[in-house]
Design a protein around this ligand. Structure first.
Ligand code: AMP
Ligand code: ZN
Length: 122
């Protein structure tokens, strides 16, 4: 468990999804990353990309995580293309901490698409 962790790992729902203990609608899975549908979608397409390893927030990331991050971004692009989001665009969001709107203490990238996004976000 890292600094600023909102939950312990055993209570972490995304660790439990990554371990196959909790079901999810999985879109992609490999040794390092899992992509699954958000259960409360905010757009026609709303996926979450997580590292399988528990990382609480992006504040825990360092240079040594460069390979993992590159992999997550590459998977994100691949999934976006699979779902035809590359044509019209999409949004990628990482919420951090309480005021950032983070409700699950396991790093996740939101991939949202299929509608026109607003700016600024609420
Ligand atoms: P955030 O508010 O940025 O921490 O995002 C957490 C996201 O996780 C929210 O969009 C929730 O709808 C989503 N979520 C919570 N529990 C689950 C779950 N068991 N399976 C899939 N998505 C979930
Ligand atoms: Zn976790």
């Amino acid at each position: 468990m890292g600094k600023g962790c909102l939950f312990t790992m055993s209570e972490c729902i995304f660790c439990r999804i990554a371990a196959g203990e909790l079901s999810a609608d999985i879109v992609h899975e490999d040794d390092r990353v899992m992509v699954f549908k958000d259960t409360s979608p905010q757009a026609p397409i709303h996926f979450l990309l997580i590292p399988k390893r528990h990382i609480s927030t992006l504040l825990e990331l360092g240079e040594e995580d460069g390979g993992l991050l590159t992999h997550i971004i590459t998977v994100l692009g691949r999934v976006a293309k699979e779902y035809d989001l590359d044509k019209k665009g999409f949004r990628t969001v990482i919420n951090t901490g309480e005021e950032g709107g983070q409700t699950v203490g396991h790093l996740h990238f939101h991939l949202l698409g299929g509608r026109h996004m607003q700016w600024p976000p609420g």
